[in-house]
Design a protein around this ligand. Sequence first.
Ligand code: NDP
Length: 288
Amino acid sequence: MTARIIDGKAFAANLRARVATHAAAFAAAAGRPAGLAVVLVGEDAASSVYVRSKGKATREAGMASFEHRLSTDVSQDDLIARVEQLNADPAVDGILVQLPLPKHLDSDAVLLTIDPDKDVDGFHPVNAGRLATGLPGMVPCTPYGCLLLLRDVLGDLSGMDAVVVGRSNIVGKPMAALLTAESCTVTIAHSRTRDLADHVRRADIVVAAVGRANFVPGDWIKPGATVIDVGINRTDAGLVGDVDFASAKEVAGAITPVPGGVGPMTIACLLRNTLVAAYRRAGIAFDD
Ligand code: NDP
């Protein structure tokens, strides 16, 4: 039996439509639209494309988009001053600094400058701490998108064995924190993990965030498991994930494709985070 293919594109379109409905209600209640500021330093082609599509998605959801393009040689002080200006701007609910930054800039210092309540990427250590301790905060977009897909496929995740392959601050660690909060039994695997295949074979839920094309083969997957593939790898054969989709889909119960799985969820969750930030800042209850 082949796996259910999880349609992240359709799920994300739905989520964006719900965000747009709430964004209209927010604008009516607050007398202004929710606003997302994106800071782009330099001319990196991929980053430019991401920033453009984030701006477009923000406007389509009925929110205000503020794009701040700074030259490649901007100084650390000037970049930090720009972030501080956005922290103080009442029209800005969310701030995102597009990474990676040019080498002469200290991205940790820049991220630390963002007001945690406007940190819609959820990368500030205050938000990582809130997530780890169960306080309301900003949750990183990609792992939150994975969680929404898992809940949709599986319903209650309580008691399930989950393996997260990858321990980055952006994906692996927050994913593990979210699954722990859902009462999964979570294993975090990484490059030093011994017998990775054995860990993955026990898992009801596998989240792969490694950054290596087709890294997880189908014969590591427990029959019926749900597989979430975060990887985006450019190969001669086009974009592929971290899971070998062709073999894994023959064993898994459900699996995300690449592209069209996790990817579209990330921007949808960014819009949702911006809205959540706007509601919290305005002191209006947000009931999703
Ligand atoms: P990082 O490079 O920051 O982290 C990769 C992780 O994989 C590390 O923890 C590393 O372990 C682990 N790893 C590397 N090699 C192995 C191995 N042989 N065995 C087990 N673990 C290994 O990547 P990110 O977390 O930022 O991204 C992961 C993937 O997800 C990338 O393909 C990226 O493009 C994609 N991505 C997709 C997004 C989306 O919107 N869909 C958003 C963000 C990322 P160690 O810590 O020991 O080095």
